[in-house]
Design a protein around this ligand. Sequence first.
Ligand code: NI
Length: 498
Amino acid sequence: MKQILTIIVLVITTAVLGWTLRSYLSNVSPSSTEGETSTIQSSKYDNINVKTIEYRDNDGRSLLNVAYPVTENEAVNHIVENFSQEFIDLFYQTAADQEEAYQKYLAETGMESYTTITHYTQHFDVSFADETYISFVFDRYLDTGGTGMGITSSKIFNRQTGTEIPLASLFTDEDYLKRLSKISRDILYKRAEETAKNLDGSEQAISEFIISRKQAIDVGTAPNAKNFDTLVVDESASLIIYFDKYQVGPGSDGIVEIRIPIEDIADIITPKLRELFSISKPLPPTTVIPPIYPESSNSEVDCGATRCVALSFDDGPSIYTNTLLDTLKEYDVPATFFVLGRSAKIQPDTILRIVQDGHELGNHTWSHRDLRSLAGDQIDEELGKTDDLLYSIAGIKPLYLRPPYGAFNDEVLSHIDRPIILWSVDPEDWKKPPYAELVRRMTSPQSGAIILAHDIHQSTVMAIPEVIRELKKQGFTFVTISDLLDGPLHAGTAYRHR
Ligand code: NI
């Protein structure tokens, strides 16, 4: 009996060891498992490399893309690695559950279910770095079955000692959470009231709107450490607080950020935090930047004499954009990308490739909010922050704006300093029509059409090769927006086609 027990224990131990070793190997070796790869690249910061772990399985239904920093300090790396591994573990668990649901649905109905995908991404940014301190902001996006969740958090380290600096230690006042809560509420209440001003509806409906917004804000800004787990110091001497998607408002708000000028909280910050504020990084210029464009490969085309069409892709860059760029390169087709600042920030390399491949970049705002619901300074920020970022990445200021949802009014217009580009063909690709239907909707344009599509959807990206082949067969030449419209365009005027 004892012997049998020993054998069982041995077998179990071996199995557990084997499993642990396998999962350990899968994290360090790029080719030891089917779908997972990991790479290490240098970054623009001294002594900081970027480790990227990617996993793809189940025909793209399960996708993981996790990036985290690797510094010169092992203790820092250990904390960051564990933090990232928790996210990776959650992905594998969720992906397995979702895939089981997918297979079950398929077996029962014979149909694919789009609500069973699992796409997780984690990116990070260095919010400041000097010899002693380094601070990271981690952006996570969890798309489970089409429902996206954005989570953001920050970590500050002493890179000499390798210790994490608790956010609380940056404040002298133990009631700092109460102060941050109060300040955040004031700012967010004011925003909700501004938004309400632009609503159509009865007085009662508007007051109910404000009340429900304020309730959400109260919950999301209650003075506890979890609500204030993402604090960032920036170059303009502000403390930025990030709130997760849904934390202080509806999902359409995305991740919400507020800025508190340092002088408003000067009485409660420690000398250490003040020291961090004094670190200044050069900002990209915010003044007028002369637009710089690479010569489009088709600039010889005369769309007055030839059948031209312009493909435009919105809401990216995404994890599918590189595949799309491969396709466009293969067929030698230029396109125009209306990108979101917040996505460009996490995929600067993709932005650079868009430009280097000869495509055109347009501004689609920072966070894809309906501009009609924003106050003037928020509109300026949605546009300006995106311009500044794209300039800092690619040296280009976008010539055109495509407002989210194509939505604007007179108030919005007064803040738009460039031509507005809409579209004449909308295949509603975001509704994920069947493949053949999607191709059909995109392949019967008028000459001079602007086709709208979204490179955040795998189904769209997968259909593009056939769309290109079909349109070429019909004699269309692909051009960028600039080549299509090719004329003096006016700021604040909307263009839908040539
Ligand atoms: Ni959009």
